[in-house]
Design a protein around this ligand. Structure first.
Ligand code: HEM
Length: 586
């Protein structure tokens, strides 16, 4: 009886504290303005993290309170939202040292991936990044580009057999599922030198005719990864899991509860550990690390390179656990974001016939003039419309909608434009107290009218067709030497573009002024890898097939959470994106 009474008192006290904490910012952040209210317990967590409203309120509040403001989140926690380009560049430049992953995020990474590059900070991060960079350099991606074409052609041949087996030469193909499998095969072959053989084993949903069965049993290692991807794709967090995740930042131990997603992570982790141990052991033998072997194979894949680092450079030495964590990170980071972005690209292709025709025209023109598939240099220096299309996919659909960091020390953040404090003063720098949670809302920065103008929310690859001479990045610079292909620009488009050049988006750092790959020391390691894979995949599949939604271009979309947010067609099973595919007529 007494314990019941004590429990009730404790509950009321915690509830009252949460209400109080949500109403009053801590003194160190009280100078920042921001929205008040929200739910007593959750603050604004729900609107900030819900798929349908992510970015929407962030932009509205930026217009109201300026480019740095604070909001109450779950259980009295406060987040400082930063939408100032200079401030973002500053924070991300000091990433891993003055700004670090939050304890909750570290816990997620540790649970799912292990204590490798993605988990580490400071010097440990620098050391591991240095060891991994060469495997993802332009020179490596140039070598790997034929792998991306091979995997795309594998998808093509399966789609051909699906269309051959159909009555009317068309098929409703679950494109997201194929993109999941394609990205895993790309990672396996390019990074580990291992064929996971996922593309040939896409399960056949009822919407598509069965491709001819592949003879022979599936290798046990590959079966494990196929199963993990299937779980991953189908699993939506349960209601309880979704609620608990709102509290992850204050109670990281909720991750240890045996809720649906944790079980899914464990399964994925186990499958990956088995696969990677096998690949690691094999690679060690091949590279001669365990006596004899074909030493020249070392360095040909990311794994080969890591094993070589492991054995030849004591300063850069990585522990076996670190190597394992890197491999898991590569498989997960190299699978989920690119599969999601590729799928978004096919969604836009299916609902915008004009974009689809223009992409195909550019690809056909190259094919007719050159024959064969383009090299990495040709993909990088040419194909302006394909490049613009990919930039627009990345801008509109960033796989990570936001980055969150915790300040490891007191700091002062510079601003591009001043903000007004809660007592009406104008400030050009923002003091950030140690321990403050700082959020960089990637999706909002990519889509805010403040930076991208009145058409910010529209999917329009044309916005990227400025003179590429102004917008050279290092890849394009390197690929020069070949004649540049130019797009003919009409006077109206020219005028529109010169307006766009004045847009504040130019103030944003990161890849082509978008933050989808992050920035600073943690900028996406696989950026070049992803871009080459996207270009090869669209080149092959858009050249040979047409895409349309069975329900027409206005087909409604919904969202699905696996690890990261994924698109789905409203009402479709799991993360389903069924698209009607036909062969391109000669
Ligand atoms: C559309 C494709 C991709 C997107 C949008 C994307 C996005 C990102 C972002 C935003 C980060 C920074 C995370 C942070 O600062 O907390 C990141 C880091 C990373 N990405 Fe990617 N990524 C993509 C593809 C890839 C691929 C294909 C690979 C592997 C080949 C990869 C490997 C990594 C790794 C290892 C990191 C961690 C880097 C570090 O902590 O130093 N990513 N990615």
């Amino acid at each position: 009886m007494f314990s019941l009474f004590a429990g009730a008192i404790a509950f009321v006290a915690i509830y009252a504290y949460l209400i109080y904490a949500n109403r009053t910012p801590p003194p160190s952040l009280a100078f920042l303005r921001g929205p008040v209210g929200g739910s007593a317990i959750l603050g604004f967590t729900k609107v900030m993290r819900s798929m349908s409203t992510i970015g929407v309120y962030t932009e509205k509040w930026m217009n109201e309170y300026g480019s740095v403001y604070q909001i109450p989140m779950a259980a009295g926690m406060r987040e400082v939202i930063v939408l100032d380009p200079k401030a973002i560049a500053y924070i991300l430049a000091k990433d891993t040292v003055a700004y670090k992953r939050t304890p909750a995020l570290k816990k997620v990474v540790e649970t799912l991936i292990g204590r490798g590059l993605v988990w580490s900070d400071g010097d440990a991060h620098k050391r591991q990044r240095k060891a991994m960079n060469p495997a993802f350099s332009n020179a490596s991606v140039r070598e790997l580009t034929p792998v991306f074409f091979d995997v795309a052609f594998k998808v093509k041949s399966i789609w051909d057999s699906i269309l051959d087996a159909s009555q009317n030469g068309e098929g409703i193909i679950e494109v997201q599922e194929f993109m999941n499998h394609l990205t895993v095969d790309n990672m396996g072959l390019a990074a580990f030198g291992h064929d996971f053989d996922c593309v040939s084993n896409v399960s056949s949903p009822e919407t598509q005719p069965k491709p001819p069965a592949k003879p022979g049993p599936i290798d046990a290692t590959n079966a494990a990864v196929h199963e993990a991807i299937a779980v991953f794709k189908a699993k939506q967090p349960s209601g309880l899991s979704a609620v608990l995740q709102l509290f992850i930042h204050i109670l990281p131990m909720v991750l240890n509860l045996p809720i649906g997603r944790r079980t899914m992570f464990d399964k994925l982790s186990d499958a990956l550990r088995n696969i990677l141990e096998e690949v690691y052991a094999r690679e060690k033998v091949v590279t001669g690390a365990e006596g004899g072997g074909e030493k020249d194979h070392a360095g040909s894949t990311a794994l080969g390179l890591l094993v070589k680092v492991d054995t030849t450079d004591p300063a850069a030495k990585m522990s076996p656990d670190e190597v394992m964590a890197q491999m898991k990170a590569l498989l997960i980071a190299g699978f989920d974001p690119p599969a999601s972005a590729l799928t978004w690209g096919f969604i836009e292709i299916a609902r915008r016939p004009e974009v689809q025709s223009r992409l195909r025209a550019e690809i056909m023109e190259f094919s007719e003039n050159n024959g064969g598939e383009p090299t990495w240099d040709q993909l990088t220096a040419g194909f302006p419309y394909l490049t613009a299309f990919i930039c627009e996919v990345l801008r509109c659909y960033p796989s990570l909608p936001e980055l969150m960091r915790v300040a490891a020390e007191d700091d002062i953040i510079p601003l591009t434009h001043p903000i007004i404090t809660s007592d009406g003063k104008e400030i050009t720098q923002v003091p950030i107290p140690k321990g403050a949670y700082v959020t960089i809302p990637i999706k909002c920065m990519n889509l805010a009218e403040e930076f991208w103008g009145p058409t910010a929310k529209e999917f329009d690859p044309n916005r990227w067709l400025v003179d590429f001479d102004d917008e050279v990045d290092s890849d394009e610079e390197e690929a020069r030497g070949k004649p540049q292909r130019r797009v003919k620009i009409s006077p109206t488009v020219k005028e529109k573009r010169s307006e766009e050049k004045k847009l504040r988006a130019k103030e944003i750092q990161g890849f082509k002024h978008i933050l989808s790959f992050g920035d600073g020391p943690r900028i996406c390691l696989g950026k070049g890898f992803a871009l080459a894979c996207f270009k090869a995949t669209y080149y092959v599949l858009v050249k040979h097939f047409t895409f349309e939604f069975p329900g027409g271009p206005k087909t409604e979309l919904d969202s699905h959470w696996s690890l990261l947010p994924r698109p789905k067609v409203k009402g479709a099973e799991g993360a389903g994106v069924p698209i009607r595919v036909r062969r391109v007529e000669d």
